[in-house]
Design a protein. Structure first.
Length: 207
């Protein structure tokens, strides 16, 4: 008589056997969906921390050595929906205000974060005891300006900025006539145009 061997039933208590090299492992290799991965330095709170340094270190303490840490090299800065500036041009303007008011302090009054966009309502205070940005004769008068800035942060660095404030209000508080303020704006525009003939145009903002 021929004996027929029947396969033994699988033991549910034992772990499944490892697949052979030529076996279809599709089901075994499938992993649960864990959602999108967040890259380091891109969380809303981290973006907020980057922008916080702009006010705490750069604008209030004059720590210009931190620019490369905070901003991307090809960062573009927009002022009052006007002409865009290169990073170095915007930094030069910031240094001009600090030269005119060495005790300049900028405080972040309110910060709102939406993904990689950080919007700040701020206040600037200082005393006009120096020279800079067309303010050649110190008046000793106080400066108080309110404004807002929106920063776009990518991979832990600021790549684009939108600043909104009334620059003419600074001149008004210091007794500068509207005509002189206009002439400063026109002269600054011409200076930037000539400078870009040698240094190149404003870079295209990165995505």
């Amino acid at each position: 008589n021929r004996v027929v061997l029947q396969p033994l039933p699988a033991d549910p208590q034992k772990s499944p056997q490892k697949p052979l090299p030529n076996q279809d492992n599709t089901q075994l290799q499938r992993r649960p969906d864990v959602g999108p991965q967040v890259k380091p330095g891109t969380s809303p709170e981290q973006n907020k921390a980057v922008v916080r340094q702009v006010f705490d270190e750069l604008f209030s303490r004059g720590r210009y050595d931190m620019i490369e840490k905070i901003y991307a090299q090809d960062c573009v800065v927009h002022h009052n929906n006007n002409r865009p500036l290169k990073l170095e041009e915007s930094v030069a303007e910031g240094k001009g205000w600090r030269s005119a008011a060495p005790d300049l302090k900028m405080s972040a009054d309110q910060m709102n974060v939406d993904g990689n966009m950080v919007t700040v309502a701020w206040t600037a205070r200082g005393t006009h005891t120096g020279r800079g940005n067309g303010l050649m004769k110190p008046t000793g008068k106080q400066i108080l300006i309110h404004g807002s800035s929106t920063f776009r942060v990518v991979n832990g660095k600021i790549v684009e900025v939108w600043n909104n404030y009334n620059r003419n209000e600074v001149f008004r508080q210091l007794g500068v006539s509207p005509t002189m303020a206009f002439l400063y704006e026109e002269t600054e525009g011409m200076r930037l145009a000539v400078n870009r003939m040698f240094t190149g145009p404003v870079p295209v903002p990165r995505n």
